[in-house]
Design a protein around this ligand. Structure first.
Ligand code: CUA
Length: 414
């Protein structure tokens, strides 16, 4: 090879460049290096994730030992036998052997030993994570999660007035300390259900009844993600898991079973000055980590706060939004129990105002983000059904001012 640099100079340089580009690709994100992000698998907040994480570390340590031994032998041989002069470089290679049987047998034995070390915890982990352990089966809480392009529906075992079951979307609320057994379904293509801090991913496959189980050790707010490519907006198909202490969980179930909240408007009242539709950049989704004063947001506390109605509400604007929900045919696809909206193609919105996210866990559930999503869904989530199967074929036009009213209405649904 005719290189202007001798290889002993060039190789380290190329290695430094490769490492530098890795840093640049990570965006210098400190969380990337600390591996502490919302969707890290390095933090286990439940027994299933803990089992998987410990298996990961066993594998890392075994392979690290192999790497160090092989690397050391390679470095030793490279340095000891390298050409030290021009004569060395042009010399005939030394006589070639055909291996040493004792060394080969020892290497095979060592490989088998390494595989055994890895396979015992692997098999134990597969058995443990596959299904709720027999001793805990009676205590398991059963939920069905269904993947849609591009959001998740959650069916609860609780019946409303002995009839239909409780249904929510995009935020899975679970009781702490109980095994949660989740049936995994899909209505369209293959999705994958993944809450990295609680359990590994399992696919949602058409015509196949998959399931997984997970458990949260303590109350918390966890990020979930579809982990199987499922179309245009796969990358932004997200959800949240909120783990609550048993009492809080029971209170949440009771609140969710109630019909949607009604904000009464005085007869003939006119809406006050309505906020302008905020402008966002196309790929600006965001999830606030800090309040305006710079103090960090506790996402679980934020979720708790979201359950309460806003301190100030414009009842007339909410009434206008409620009427628009009918005239704009939103009710054809969305259920709002108690408000005469029966649709089932999209997420159940009966208590949408109590969720911290909208648009499939993508946007923060603020009136501004909600209005943006309603006014321009195609700019938020490419290919989404609200736009492609709703707005376009039904020729639905939502003016900015109407989106603001609809957002006020939906926000009021605690
Ligand atoms: Cu659903 Cu990717």
């Amino acid at each position: 090879m005719h290189s202007p640099f001798p290889s002993r100079f060039f190789r380290p340089v190329s290695q430094i460049l490769a490492f530098a580009s890795l840093i640049l690709l990570s965006g210098c994100d400190l969380n990337f290096w600390k591996m502490q992000g919302h969707q890290t698998t390095m933090i286990a907040n439940g027994p299933v994730a803990a089992s998987q994480l410990s298996l990961f570390w066993v594998t890392v340590w075994v392979t690290l030992v192999i790497f160090i031994i092989v690397g050391a032998v390679l470095a030793y041989a490279t340095i000891k036998f390298k050409a030290r002069s021009d004569a060395d470089e042009h010399a005939e290679p030394p006589p070639q052997g055909h291996g040493n049987p004792m060394v080969e047998i020892a290497l095979i034995a060592a490989s088998v030993f390494a595989l055994v070390i890895i396979s015992i915890p692997t098999l134990k982990g597969i058995w443990y994570t596959h299904d709720v352990p027999e001793a805990q089966k009676a205590d398991a809480y059963n939920i069905t999660a269904t993947g849609y392009q591009w959001w998740f529906k959650f069916d609860y075992p609780e019946k409303i007035d002995g009839g239909a079951g409780l249904v929510t979307g995009n935020e899975l609320v679970i009781p702490v300390g109980r095994p949660i057994r989740i049936q995994l379904r899909t209505v369209d293509v293959i999705h994958s259900f993944w809450v990295p801090k609680l359990a590994g991913k399992v696919d949602m496959i058409p015509n196949r009844g998959n399931f997984l189980w997970l458990q949260a050790d303590a109350p918390g707010y966890f990020w979930g993600q579809c982990a199987e490519y499922c179309g245009d907006s796969h990358a932004v198909m997200r959800f949240r898991v909120v783990a609550l202490a048993p009492m809080e969980f029971a209170a949440w179930v009771a609140a969710q079973k109630a019909p949607a909240r009604n904000v009464a408007a005085a007869a003939g009242a006119a809406p006050g000055p309505r906020p302008q539709l905020a402008t966002f950049k196309q790929n600006e989704y965001g999830y606030s980590e800090k309040w305006a004063d710079g103090s960090p947001i506790n996402p679980l506390q934020n979720w708790v706060d979201q359950q309460k109605p806003a301190a100030t509400e414009d009842a007339a604007l909410i009434a206008e939004g409620k009427a628009l929900f009918g005239t704009k045919l939103c009710l054809a696809c969305h259920t709002i129990r108690g408000h005469g909206a029966p649709g089932i193609a999209g997420p159940d919105l009966t208590h949408v105002g109590s969720r911290t996210t909208v648009a499939g866990g993508l946007l923060e559930n603020t009136p501004a983000q909600l209005a943006r999503w309603i006014a321009h869904p195609e700019l938020v989530k490419p290919g989404n059904k609200m736009y492609a199967s709703g707005y376009v074929p039904m020729n639905i036009k939502v003016a900015d001012a109407e989106a603001v009213a609809l957002a006020a209405y939906l926000t009021s649904l605690k």
